[in-house]
Ligand binder design. Structure first.
Ligand SMILES: Cc1ncc(COP(=O)(O)O)c(C=O)c1O
Length: 305
């Protein structure tokens, strides 16, 4: 258990960081979160926080939808995150969870006339999908439409949808769910974006396919283009293409870049990790640990900052 959290505008010990039973966000899902990785580089004795700016820009964008007023700018949140990890002395792969939430202890479904708070804690966290090649099942649960609960925003309430899909997948013997959009096109995993490799190009669902526009997704698109000369096509993908692609992989802050070996009990490629997935995974693993000088701008060092 880490020692410190940031809560109600200051660093406190973890046991002090507690919300009341009437807290609005607890009842109505009126909160926004981010997931941020700290990647430990043992050779350099340094922790690198990955793409902090983009995570906090996404949080600020979501705050507009939920009418959450944030007391900290993107840069201030970045500094607080570095301080949090440093204070906790974490020296292994870490996950930082910032949460902006409706903190008023009052009942009544709404977004207006409520106070907001911003909290953060950091925990050691290794692999999320504990497999080299994951078995996925297409979920019976669909992603919500933009005008139901916008999936582009990481609002806590929407994650009931993801939890339904994840538990269904696990109970059916899979590692992860692949969710479809309301119109039946492929959308994303329960906590990851999805890519297919078809005839040497990457294909991934577009923003209009009800996805959370992932920061890992963006990183992988850039790496494919700049390092491997591989183009990514963002488009609507049919379910059947999942079974016919040469390779498939998932991307996310928690899951990093994980190969999909099977969808609905049908092998993708040879069922293992494909050559393009392998190359992208190696590139990604290096840049998040601050090992590739070209991408050091994405990495915020904690201990030498
Ligand atoms: C539903 C969903 N899709 C995609 C992602 C991947 O986004 P990112 O790469 O920004 O972590 C996540 C994780 O944050 C997620 O929860």
């Amino acid at each position: 258990m880490p020692a410190y959290a940031f809560f109600q505008k200051k660093f406190v010990t973890m046991p002090e960081a507690k919300v009341g039973v009437m807290t609005h966000a607890l009842h109505y899902g009126t909160a926004l979160f981010e997931g941020i990785r700290g990647n430990w580089n043992a050779d350099k004795g340094e922790m690198y926080l990955f793409r902090l700016k983009e995570h906090y820009q996404r949080l600020h964008n979501g705050a507009k939808l939920l009418k959450i007023s944030l007391d900290y700018s993107v840069d201030e949140m970045i500094n607080l995150t570095v301080e949090l990890v440093r204070k906790n002395g974490l020296k292994e792969d870490t996950y930082v969870r910032p949460l902006a939430y409706k903190s008023t202890e009052q009942m009544g479904v709404r977004l207006h006339n409520l106070d907001d708070d911003f909290l953060m804690f950091a925990i050691p966290w290794g692999r999320y999908l504990d497999t080299d090649s994951c078995k996925c099942g297409v979920s019976s649960w669909r992603r919500p439409a933009d005008n139901s609960i916008p999936p582009q925003v990481k609002a806590t309430g929407i994650y009931i949808n993801n939890a339904l899909a994840k538990t269904e997948a696990i109970e059916n013997g899979y590692d992860e769910a692949i969710m479809l959009a309301p119109d039946g096109h492929v959308s994303e995993g329960s906590g990851e974006n999805i890519f297919l490799v078809i005839d040497g190009k990457l294909h991934t669902p577009a923003t209009y396919n009800n996805i959370l526009v992932g920061i890992t997704r963006d990183t992988v698109i850039q790496l494919a283009k700049n390092e491997l000369g591989i183009e990514t096509v963002e488009r609507s993908i049919d379910r059947v293409e999942l079974y016919m692609a040469q390779e498939c992989f998932l991307t996310g802050t928690a899951a990093h870049l994980t190969a999909v070996g099977e969808v609905d009990r049908r092998k993708v490629g040879n069922g293992g990790i494909g050559p393009i997935t392998k190359k992208l995974q190696a590139l990604y693993t290096d840049i998040i640990k601050g090992k590739n000088p070209k991408y050091l701008g994405y990495c915020t060092p904690v201990y030498s900052a």
